[in-house]
Design a protein around this ligand. Structure first.
Ligand SMILES: Cc1cc2nc3c(=O)[nH]c(=O)nc-3n(C[C@H](O)[C@H](O)[C@H](O)COP(=O)(O)OP(=O)(O)OC[C@H]3O[C@@H](n4cnc5c(N)ncnc54)[C@H](O)[C@@H]3O)c2cc1C
Length: 411
């Protein structure tokens, strides 16, 4: 049974995240948006120190942890907690949330594809020392949506893998590759003739010779987050940096790409919820100041256009939220959630773009001005409909799963 009732200690944790949003993110939101490549180091330090308290937050389903039969089993909620905290922090600022030092998408890939020993070895750094970042690089200049088209190669040479290729649009790429003791998980093929089965994830440590950040993007939104192009040229890494097995099996590495997305799509959906809720809360407060009441329970025929618009925004946000919670809950309970993760991501991406655009529209010139953050949230919203699978790609995945088509039959 799905149970979304939250324990008091979880509610307290969420209150703390809300305070972080209000007191640490919002005050620097505009500044970080206007100076895209400036780093809010004080913010990073504070978030890193605070993250010790939240270090039990887990991305993905850690199948290596076996339940202890001698203890009563508490419900597993790590993924649900992650989406709840993500919404709360993205209510503050989605770009700053993405730029916060943590294992990020790189950590999600390690969790999805790594052995228990690798999870321990690669992830323990995020609980100690100075702030660090993790990133994941799949996208290349020649493809984005079709992640089976990886052309970056990993060639075995004695005790090393040698990686060659170019990766683009890597979130937290610069911080992970060059500016901290983090790592980048690079997806590369060990055997081009094997197609999808040959694609494997490799952990490339920060400052490994042969890995260079060649560009940091200028973007429409989430401008506090760095998005990098990374070139790998004769980049040598140890043999045991391949995540999981090097064996090329039929379903093989591509299954790990998909498992990573199953864990991260609900998080992106939660990011969308945070931005959408920020816009909705702002509009609610604004309408209140203007003495415009939202009359719930009234016949739709008698509502004003503003009331109808506002209620529609609320409905869309809540529908997206329930899908997101369901996708995370399924991950927590070990259920396959590919369909639900894509549904949550597709719905939330659409909802947040519509909600923020409508919010700007409802406030007119004020909404469009840089005096307030609504126009920024409208710009921050769109990425949720692009990365981790675009709207169209997620709709295709949903159709495939519902109609039971393979990727060859429906693409
Ligand atoms: C800010 C930002 C951060 C990112 N972070 C990362 C990251 O950390 N790591 C990483 O690996 N990548 C990252 N990406 C890349 C992102 O995942 C890709 O941009 C995304 O998957 C889309 O790929 P593409 O840009 O090549 O678009 P394309 O695949 O070229 O698609 C272009 C358009 O065509 C549509 N389309 C494509 N195929 C189909 C189809 N079969 N049917 C219908 N429509 C289709 C798409 O939906 C899209 O609208 C990031 C991108 C951005 C902008």
């Amino acid at each position: 049974m799905i149970d979304f009732e939250l324990e008091p200690q979880v509610l307290n944790q969420l209150k703390m995240y809300h305070m972080v949003s209000e007191q640490m993110m919002r005050p620097i939101s505009r500044e970080c948006d206007e100076h895209e490549h400036q780093k809010p180091t004080q913010f990073y330090e504070s978030m890193w120190s605070a993250s010790a308290a939240a270090s039990n937050i887990q991305i993905g389903d850690d199948k290596s942890k076996k339940p202890d039969p001698s203890k009563p089993s508490a419900p597993r909620r790590a993924n649900l907690l992650t989406v709840l905290s993500t919404e709360e922090l993205c209510w503050g600022d989605a770009g700053l949330y993405l730029s916060t030092p943590n294992s990020g998408l790189g950590g999600a890939a390690v969790m999805a594809a790594g052995t228990p020993e690798q999870k321990e070895r690669f992830l323990k750094r995020f609980k100690e020392g100075k702030p660090k970042w993790g990133a994941m690089a799949i996208t290349e200049p020649g493809f984005g949506s079709d992640s089976s088209a990886v052309t970056t190669t990993a060639t075995r040479d004695g005790d090393n893998w040698v990686i060659d290729g170019t990766k683009i649009f890597v979130t937290a790429g610069q911080m992970s590759a060059e500016k901290s003791e983090g790592f980048v998980v690079v997806w590369a093929t060990v055997d081009k003739s094997a197609g999808r089965a040959g694609i494997k994830p490799f952990v490339v440590e920060h400052n490994t010779p042969g890995m260079t950040v060649t560009r940091v993007e200028n973007k429409l939104g989430i401008r506090a987050s760095d998005t990098a192009m990374i070139v790998l040229d004769n980049c040598r890494i140890p043999l045991d940096h391949i995540l999981g097995s090097a064996e090329v099996r039929k379903e093989g590495g591509f299954k790990d790409v998909m498992a990573t997305f199953d864990a991260t799509r609900p998080i992106v959906a939660a990011m969308a919820l945070g931005v959408g809720r920020a816009a909705l809360d702002f509009v609610r407060d604004f309408l209140k100041q203007q003495n415009v009441a939202i009359r719930y329970g009234m016949s739709p025929r008698r509502l004003s256009a503003v009331e109808r618009d506002f209620m529609e925004m609320e409905v869309q946000l809540q529908a997206a939220r329930l899908l997101t919670w369901r996708a995370a809950w399924m991950l927590d309970t070990g259920k396959r959630n590919s369909l639900e993760a894509s549904m949550a991501k597709a719905k939330a991406g659409l909802a947040v773009t519509a909600i923020t655009q409508k919010a700007v529209e409802l406030l007119g010139p004020l909404g469009y001005s840089r005096k307030i953050l609504l126009e920024k949230w409208m710009r921050d919203a769109k990425i949720n409909d692009i990365f981790e699978g675009t709207q169209q790609i997620n709709m295709i995945i949903i159709a495939r799963r519902i109609l039971n088509y393979s990727s060859k039959e429906l693409n």
